[in-house]
Design a protein around this ligand. Sequence first.
Ligand code: SF4
Length: 318
Amino acid sequence: MEHVLEVRNLHKDFHTKKGLLKAVNNISLYISRGETLGIVGESGCGKSTTGRAVLRLVEPTAGEVLFEGKSILELKPAQMRNMRRDMQIIFQDPFASLDPRISISEIIAEPLRVFNLYKKQGGERRVAELMDLVGLSKRLVNTFPHELDGGRRQRVGVARALALDPKFIVCDEPVSALDVSIQAQILNLLQDIQQRLGLTYMFISHDLNVVKHVSNRVAVMYLGKIVETTTSHNIFTNPQHPYTKALLSAIPIPKVGQKRQRILLEGDVPSPVNPPSGCIFSARCPYVMEKCRQQEPPMVEPAPEHTVSCYLVSDEMG
Ligand code: SF4
């Protein structure tokens, strides 16, 4: 299947007072057309920076980002600006990303105005169309963000992201600021418009349960690195990396009387300024061996569409 996005050996470093912070540390991934790749990991693992780096909202330090086969890191600012029509983002906190002084119709119309499309596309009609697409009633057209509940505000954020008819959207924790009861509505909306418009998503979340519902494949990140990638089904039925297993063990089973054996990780997540040598997970892994602390394990493919970086897996493969 054609890859809409391909990321090769992407790095993003930040210079901090404490030293060089490797927020994204040599990650590679692809997303096929119409697919959702979930990116999951604890706060501070680099997943949001990855989402921003592939859109060049933060400039990658090294690596390659190909969008529909075209290397976007070489694009000049004006070319990149045009490319952004196809590549959009939905932010975590809809209220923070919406200007409280302008009405929601103006917020949705803003991208059209930036690209001088408002008049050309019959601005008011297009805004009404977008509001309808995301399930916002016409009567809300002149309301302001603070007058809406969290779910409706996020619908405004989605409508705005759709205004320029993008092909690819980074959904950065789009439901984590919402009440649980509203989360399902927004997830359903995102899936519905994906099918209707043929969109491709990178879906970023700290919540493996949320990621499971929307993703075709899942990449698990820890301290700036991807440690495992596989199908959404496999990540739940056949996780291979000890960190994935620990994340999974924290999810309650909905069936009464059934319990998962919770794997409690010792210690805190190490600082990305001073990550452990060898395997990135070695400081907290219950199965750590001497060689894990010396050299990074290779990324191996124990089954088609399943990649893992762990000696337990590579040793078994021989
Ligand atoms: Fe644990 Fe070693 Fe595997 Fe890393 S390589 S996850 S430390 S067993």
